[in-house]
Ligand binder design. Sequence first.
Ligand SMILES: Nc1nc2c(ncn2[C@@H]2O[C@H](COP(=O)(O)OP(=O)(O)OP(=O)(O)O)[C@@H](O)[C@H]2O)c(=O)[nH]1
Ligand SMILES: [Mg+2]
Length: 190
Amino acid sequence: MTAPDFAAAITAGGRSSRYGSDKALAVLDGRTLLAHVAASLEPCAVKLLVAPPGRYALAGWHAVPDTRPGEGPLAGLEAALGAAPPGWVAFAGVDMPALTPAYWHALTAARTPGTLAVLALDGEGRPQPLAALYHTALRPHVTALLDAGERRLRLAVPDGHATVVAGLDARFFRNVNRPGDLEGEDPSTR
Ligand SMILES: Nc1nc2c(ncn2[C@@H]2O[C@H](COP(=O)(O)OP(=O)(O)OP(=O)(O)O)[C@@H](O)[C@H]2O)c(=O)[nH]1
Ligand SMILES: [Mg+2]
């Protein structure tokens, strides 16, 4: 199989304060949330795990330290865009266990020349920035935002530079923030 023409990056530098213990290592259907997300991006040739040094060992994934430890996923994106080869980066939170290769395929198919990001609308019709494609050309903008004190990942893309994908199965967007979010439907049975 040909490797996809984009790099993969998982941002996993959070504190899991709402979850109460490291949610990356929480187990769902026999494997960790981190392993679920990694599996969705396994075919990528370049795989980056943005996390504190030594926190995780994930075969085939390169550890990338945060540029601004503890400053949130927008800082994780800055680190990912700085470490990836020039081009597209599939950027995912560690707490999105229902993502699949088909999800990433839908986003990559929506890329258009001149666009800098591709975001899917979630079940509530909002763009999901924690499971999106970003182009490395965005990095200076992300750095400027962070330098100015901004921390909201959803502002990573300047107006007019994102492509939005609608109509994806809402179950892809399962997001684990609290222990109760692990209960309910098993995404592997859909
Ligand atoms: N690299 C990096 N990733 C982060 C950082 N903060 C949060 N993240 C990641 O961003 C994703 C979404 O963040 P949250 O859902 O807020 O996770 P969290 O910050 O660990 O959890 P809370 O403490 O409950 O907010 C998760 O994959 C986190 O690991 C950070 O400072 N650096
Ligand atoms: Mg957080």
